[in-house]
Design a binder for this molecule. Structure first.
Ligand code: HEC
Length: 120
């Protein structure tokens, strides 16, 4: 009996975490985070990569930005984006970032392969 309960708990927790992941993914794009941190949270130039980083760290940073605390001018940019996030938003977004899996593999169409010397 105990085994069955554990088994069910395991599956419901998997489900719960994937729901949170999807919610976080939606928020990441709705809130425009992708504009600076990249569509794969891979970071763009000086905007840091966020994918697969520790949930505790990401939460700590977002809560600081939400409290309008920044350590330098560059980080001030984050404040207007963090200020509107609820605790649940932060939980969802950090779950998504921490567990990030790249499902949109880059698509290369092999039919565009170039043959010959281009006729020149
Ligand atoms: C206008 C560009 C911009 C947007 C949009 C933006 N960020 Fe940022 N983000 C930054 C900058 C700049 C930093 C600070 C980089 C540094 O510390 O040098 C940062 C830092 C962070 C950090 C801390 C990472 C670290 O390594 O210190 C997290 C977490 C983060 N952003 C999450 C988000 C989330 C979630 C969103 C969407 C709600 C978002 N950002 C939207 C520019 C942006």
């Amino acid at each position: 009996m105990r085994f069955i309960v554990l088994f069910l708990l395991f599956f419901t927790s998997l489900f719960a975490s994937s729901e949170l992941y999807k919610q976080g993914e939606a928020l990441y794009f709705q809130k425009g985070c992708n504009g600076c941190h990249g569509i794969k949270a891979e970071g763009i130039t000086s905007y840091p990569a966020l994918a697969n980083r520790a949930k505790g760290f990401l939460t700590y940073k977002l809560e600081r930005f939400r409290n309008q605390i920044s350590d330098n001018q560059q980080q001030e940019m984050m404040i207007p984006f963090a200020i509107a996030l609820s605790d649940n938003d932060i939980n969802a977004i950090t779950t998504f970032l921490n567990e990030f899996v790249d499902t949109q593999q880059e698509q290369y169409d092999s039919s565009y392969e170039v043959w010959g010397d281009g006729g020149s």
